[in-house]
Design a protein around this ligand. Sequence first.
Ligand code: NAG
Length: 231
Amino acid sequence: MSLPGRAWQGVAVALLLQLHLLCTVAYAYHDGDYIHASRKSQFHQRRTNWQDLLGQHCPRFGMDRLVALPVPQPQLPFVETDSYKLQLSFNGDRLLTQWLPVIGQDAPDIPLVHVRLRRSGDEVLGVAAEVVDAPAHYKDLHPLLATELKNVTHWPKHVLLRYEWITENDVDLDRGLYVLFAIGIAAVLLLMLNALRGMHAKLAQFLQEVTSDDQLGPGGVAVWKGSAKGD
Ligand SMILES: *[C@@H]1O[C@H](CO)[C@@H](O)[C@H](O)[C@H]1NC(C)=O
């Protein structure tokens, strides 16, 4: 009894594993899906709470995009020697950037926040961000942005965010999933085979004992019952 019982437990575990894999795939991102993003601001050593970004300012899975994020006016007066920093979080606060100086002393003239998102298959793996001086062609494309930034009294200002996606070992992950599926199916087959073999052995033993019982007479039956109980 013990071997087939354990085998069915094994089958159940293997099936659960397959189900888990299917669920993992089902909750993954597709190309163009919006990635949840929020931001925090720091100014005069004070930090705001997390504020969600609107969809139009969020990254989209696998799509490189450039957005202009509005930066609200701080509560305290802003002078030119101040530094205004942003921190971004993505994918339900699982991925965080460092504090990024976007306006003021530590920031470049026209800041461009370059956000590199790493993905593999359907998952977002990581994020890295840096503030760079916007290339000349961006400055030419968004002249209003530059005048806004230079004007101390103009709010909200806009900061350019450039989302870039980097794909890592996409093929390997797919292959890995196939291998896992194959292993799962093989495990199920093996366990079923084992269960069958166990039953076969029991059947063979049973048949052997029954045949020998025929020769031994009623006494032999008692011997077989004893062995079954002890099993
Ligand atoms: C700065 O912005 C304010 C508010 O938008 C505006 O009234 C003012 O004319 C701007 N100053 C310059 C020099 O553009």
